[in-house]
Design a protein around this ligand. Sequence first.
Ligand code: IPD
Ligand code: CA
Ligand code: CA
Length: 265
Amino acid sequence: MEDQLYDFACRLAEEAGQYIRSRMDDRTNMEQKTNGSDLVTVVDKASEALLMERIQASYPDHWILSEETDGEGNSYDKLRGKPGGYGWILDPIDGTTNFIHGVPHFAVSIGIVKDKEPVIGVIYSPLTGELFAARKGHGAYVNGQAIRVGEEAAVGQALLGTGFYAGDWLPDSDALPEVARMVGRCRNLRMTGAASLDMCWVAMGRLTGYWHRGLHPWDSAAGTVIVREAGGTVTDYEGNPYDMTQSTIVATNGRIHQELIQQLC
Ligand code: IPD
Ligand code: CA
Ligand code: CA
């Protein structure tokens, strides 16, 4: 069953990505969500419709949690309220601001959970052609090649990533004290604007670690499987295993995990 789901999710992510590529000219056809920096385009919505239609047609008894349909209200409570069995957690375009500006760091993110446990993660970057995929117990891959987290053993050697959640783009952002604590302590910091791909970058060693407040399950579900299957660690800021209903996340190569948590908090 799960090998079929995995293949289906990979093909579906590529199909949605190809569709997004074909609509690059429509990328500034957008509207505001909660504030002027929280945006959705017609292509986000159309990508979501494509994903949901295909999943419902092939797996009518699976539930779906998806950003543009389920974005209002508390996403953690919505996930807690889902039944057991298989569920799909979708971000039709992760990195919408990059998409709007033509920055090639955005992706289709598809997470599959079984009894709320993330078991399959697929993330496709339409402009770079990188397809990241992992299945619990079977390793993590980019375009079919196995990937592993980086080797750095200390925060001082780490290239780290983070970002701002939608409601936190403010002069007194919660992210700023965290950034201030890490500046000068790690090798350097990147804020590239697509949580799903940032987690893939941890999984393949481009980043050593990533932290973020306020991610939603659709930002992190697929990436969580991919980082863990690449040998990394994913927890909340307290070090508890991450289950997508916590509001903080730390994803690293494992070796720097405790040191990063200590320095960050
Ligand atoms: C956003 C991106 C960004 C992260 C935000 C997310 P979206 O997702 O993943 O990197 O910092 O918190 O909301 O809105 O582009 O799907
Ligand atoms: Ca997102
Ligand atoms: Ca999105």
